[in-house]
Design a protein around this ligand. Structure first.
Ligand SMILES: N[C@@H](CCC(=O)N[C@@H](CS)C(=O)NCC(=O)O)C(=O)O
Length: 209
């Protein structure tokens, strides 16, 4: 299999999961401006929409959309519990988290990141995104991970998104004007997640350490 990624982008989430599962997957880096791979190939041939992540299976089939990719990967080794069993209520809770992170957090960041790049400030989305992070912080009260005591694919997704904000304790890459230092549950969660060998390996491979 091949994972197409841009360093520090949302593709960091499936990248982490690949290492959690101990899978041997080729990493193909895509340039975020030219959309060419390191080998000079046109990434639009893989995903005509141009964005990462994309997972190419052994038979050449391409799976797009991070939420689908991490569930596909997690289901390859169900005994590790990175995705709860099909048809269980917890599976729908996981999809609830992945949908929330995708629609309410991931896409909430984009105008802020563009604004940071353009040197302009966008007021409208910031308070919403901050309120949502405060809500996540409250959900983490008394829990080790988003779904309870077990790390799941949703934690890998949140880890990639948290890296786009600001806090002293973050291994941040992009720097949108969203601050997390006051969110103590999120901080404790971050310390647990960043210490995982799979996360360290993925960060190292993306040149983020
Ligand atoms: N709906 C997609 C969105 C993926 C996405 O936003 N990817 C961004 C990085 S986080 C990207 O590749 N942007 C580069 C581009 O669109 O050219 C998913 O959830 O997988």
């Amino acid at each position: 299999m091949k994972l197409y990624y841009i360093p520090a982008a949302c593709s960091l989430s499936p990248h982490i999961i690949i290492h959690e599962l101990g899978l041997d997957v080729s990493l193909i880096k895509v340039d975020h401006k030219t959309h060419l791979t390191d080998a000079g190939d046109d990434y639009s041939q893989v995903n005509p929409l141009g964005y990462v992540p994309a997972l190419e299976l052994e038979d050449g089939t391409v799976l797009r959309e991070g939420a689908a990719i991490v569930q596909y990967l997690g289901d390859l080794r169900p005994e590790l519990g990175l995705v709860p069993a099909h048809n269980s209520l917890d599976r729908y809770r996981l999809q609830e988290w992945l949908s929330f992170l995708g629609a309410e957090i991931h896409k909430g960041f984009i105008p802020l990141l563009y604004a940071a790049l353009a040197g302009r400030y966008v007021e409208t989305v910031k308070p919403r995104l901050e309120a949502r992070f405060a809500w996540i912080d409250a959900q983490l009260q008394g829990r080790h991970y988003l779904m309870g005591e077990r790390f799941t694919v949703a934690d890998a997704y949140l880890f990639a998104l948290v890296g786009w904000g600001q806090a002293q304790w973050l291994t941040s890459y992009y720097r949108a004007d969203i601050h997390f230092d006051h969110l103590h549950n999120l901080h404790a969660w971050y310390d647990r997640v960043v210490a995982r060998p799979a996360v360290q390996k993925a960060l190292n491979e993306e040149g983020l350490l």
